[in-house]
Design a protein around this ligand. Sequence first.
Ligand code: UT7
Length: 311
Amino acid sequence: MNGLRLLGTGRALPEKALDNDAMTQYVDTSDEWITTRTGIRRRYFCAENETTTTLAIAAAQRALENAGLDPQAIDCLLVATSSGEYVMPSTACMVHKALSLREDIPAMDVGAACAGFLYAVETARALLIARGGRHALVIGAEQMSSLLDMSDRNTCVLFGDGAGAAVFSLEADAEYESVCGVRGDMAIRVGGPRREQPMAMDGQSVFRFAVSAIPQCVQQLLGKAGLALEDVDWVVCHQANQRIIDASVRRLGVPAEKFYKNLDRYANTSAASIPIALDELREQGGLATGMRIIMVGFGGGLTWSGIMMRV
Ligand code: UT7
């Protein structure tokens, strides 16, 4: 199996953090409501000099440094985002320039909402196999605050800005499984014909979708690999809501400690949430070489994706 191995990670957050009390300046809400319904306590919002691109570049630089890899060795660059500054050029093109990567490589954005990072990882693997090359730089970066209606309490308290990046190498014998899927649905939407509509969301239908998507992805990955959840060291799923993770833990009947959680500190950073979590785990010494991890993303589209690999 041509699988990917994780060589390095990095993350970048805006300087400004807002706790739940700070959200009361925008909408009729409370720390008590946000904490009990979501588990979120804090989020970061970009200041004027910070964007999806600046965060993506900083996270990528740290991931390359952590991997100990010369940027010239990168054979493929993908940026998962729904909040790039420009339609053209892509965020990937701007990161490519800032890092002075080689010109003979593909660099593009991937749009699959909160499942975007794992869609991008799987796309990077396919590109490396199809075109040749060994190293992929995959970034999840979002300025979700640029998409929010700050007068809509159903959405504005849930999201945050940030970026995470990971460097992978393609290895002929690396253990690797992936699943992904899509079901067209308008439960979360942003944009419209003139890109004028901020985010709107049917939270309860997304909640119902999420609590079935996580266990389904985990079971499918384990089934493909012929493994049990006891064989897996960490499940790193998209960080949207503590209650979604708790419900998935109950459905799977596993110890809650196996699921990494940091949504209390960052809120939902969409495509950035999984690589930010990976970077934190690695920094804390939680990702020893040889450990087996499952990652699961789910979100607008609706989209979902899961990847199992050894680090
Ligand atoms: O990456 C995927 C992105 N999306 C998600 O992850 C969303 C998944 N869904 C959820 O996380 C939850 O459905 C929410 C957190 C969005 C909402 O939680 P809920 O338990 O489903 O609440 P609800 O929609 O049933 O709303 C309950 C009440 C409503 O008031 P009434 O109609 O019962 O009087 C809302 O107006 O809570 C009210 N409410 C708020 N109150 C204070 C909604 N947002 C807020 C708020 N502060 N921020």
